[in-house]
Write a protein that binds this ligand. Structure first.
Ligand SMILES: [Zn+2]
Length: 392
């Protein structure tokens, strides 16, 4: 080697080594990491702050978001929006709406009542679910979801979807009660809301939330229809309700009223049709797309005595509340831009607020349950504020 060769050879060696290192790095990142055990990024679920609990001002607020119909994000086109809105409208409008709702209402809990994704157009169910629930996860608020009739139309079954949802950050959704066998469907569970911290009901449930899987589609006597809540689900609900009313009382506290409960499911029950002839608050603008099977949900709810109101989704253009046999049934109204709706009729969501009674400066049980809706317009207008139930 002559002295003049040295810089050239050195430069070549350096380039050669750089090439080898770069190639190895690319190989490591793109191929080997997929196969080497123990090198995957492990994600540990971030847990919600539990139990759910009334605030120190005696209130507990639930944001009900229904029918987001999330697709594939920015590439997904909106349905039924004004021509002036269409060009820039996508699933991101749904995300923005849910974010604004959370910011404006600052709820204690978010309940998603089905058709969270629109399976027919979703390329990857897990990806769509993850994106749909991103605003809830970002908020770090506890949230729960049930399935509609469109969630399972992509790459995951209903069981896989509920399992996936239950593992997401801050989700308190459950697939089914662990100790119960034979309950139809996936997404039947109960959540407790405890009294104010420091009060005598701090360790008791003062409001119960029941989630039910109303299924997707079925064929009955050769005819296609929607799913319905089955006998096994109603048996579980009635048994649980009895147990909660008589077995879960805080020692020393006597109250004449039962601990109130709220129910959440997707597909409306057939009796919702009857509300057309009664007084309702909100809009009744489309046919009730219920099952042809009446499994006795209303009768079962009435028999429990504790269910004061039920919250549904499914019919995006209906957003009313009506009373059947003493129980309020309320639609959430469609919130998603990829789901059908009505151009010029803003997407919407429902808020439910429970308030506790104060006796001798001590917070006790629930005295009032009220609801209102928020519209996705500039001011996030509040409409149809109403009291659903009051302690007599
Ligand atoms: Zn829907």
């Amino acid at each position: 080697m002559t002295p003049t060769d040295f810089p050239i050879k050195c430069e070549q060696s350096f380039l050669y080594l750089s090439f080898i290192f770069t190639s190895l790095y690319v190989l490591h990142c793109s191929v080997l990491q997929r196969f080497l055990l123990g090198h995957e990024q492990v994600h540990i679920k971030k847990s919600a702050d539990l139990p759910l609990r009334f605030r120190s001002d005696g209130t507990f607020k639930i944001l009900q978001v229904s029918d987001m119909h999330f697709g594939n994000g920015a590439a997904t086109r909106c349905r039924d929006v004004l021509p002036s809105e269409f060009g820039s409208c996508s699933d991101l409008n749904t995300t923005r709406f849910v974010r604004r709702l959370i910011e404006a209402e600052r709820p204690d809990f978010i309940a998603f009542t089905g058709d969270n994704i629109f399976g027919q157009t979703s390329v990857d169910a897990a990806e769509s679910m993850f994106r749909a629930f991103t605003p809830a996860m970002e908020s770090k608020l506890p949230w729960a979801a049930i399935l509609g009739n469109h969630d399972q139309e992509s790459t995951m079954t209903r069981e896989e979807l509920m399992s996936f949802i239950s593992l997401m950050d801050y989700s308190i959704s459950e697939i089914n009660p662990p100790a119960e066998k034979g309950i139809h469907g996936f997404g039947n569970y109960h959540l407790q809301v405890h009294g104010v911290l420091g009060s005598s009901l701090a360790n008791s449930s003062v409001l119960n939330l029941f989630f039910l899987d109303s299924g997707d589609r079925e064929v009955v006597n050769g005819r296609r229809t929607y799913g319905w809540i089955r006998e096994s689900q109603l048996c579980w609900l009635q048994g649980l309700s009895q147990k909660l009313q008589y077995g879960g009382r805080w020692e020393g506290i006597s109250t004449d009223s039962l601990t109130p409960a709220l129910a959440f499911f997707h597909i409306p029950i057939p009796e919702i049709w009857d509300l057309w002839y009664k007084k309702f608050i909100g809009q009744f603008q489309e046919a009730v797309a219920c099952s042809s099977v009446n499994s006795g949900v209303l009768r079962a709810f009435v028999s429990t005595g504790d269910i004061k109101a039920a919250f549904m989704g499914h019919d995006h253009k209906n957003d009313f509340c009506g009373n059947l046999n003493g129980i309020w049934f309320c639609y959430g109204g469609g919130s998603g831009y990829h789901g059908y709706g009505m151009a010029g009729w803003p997407r919407r969501a429902r808020v439910i607020q429970a308030e506790l009674e104060q006796k001798y400066r001590e917070w006790t049980g629930v005295k009032r349950i009220s609801t209102w809706k928020r519209l996705d317009n500039e001011r996030l207008s509040v409409i149809d504020d109403q009291v659903l139930w009051e302690l007599q």
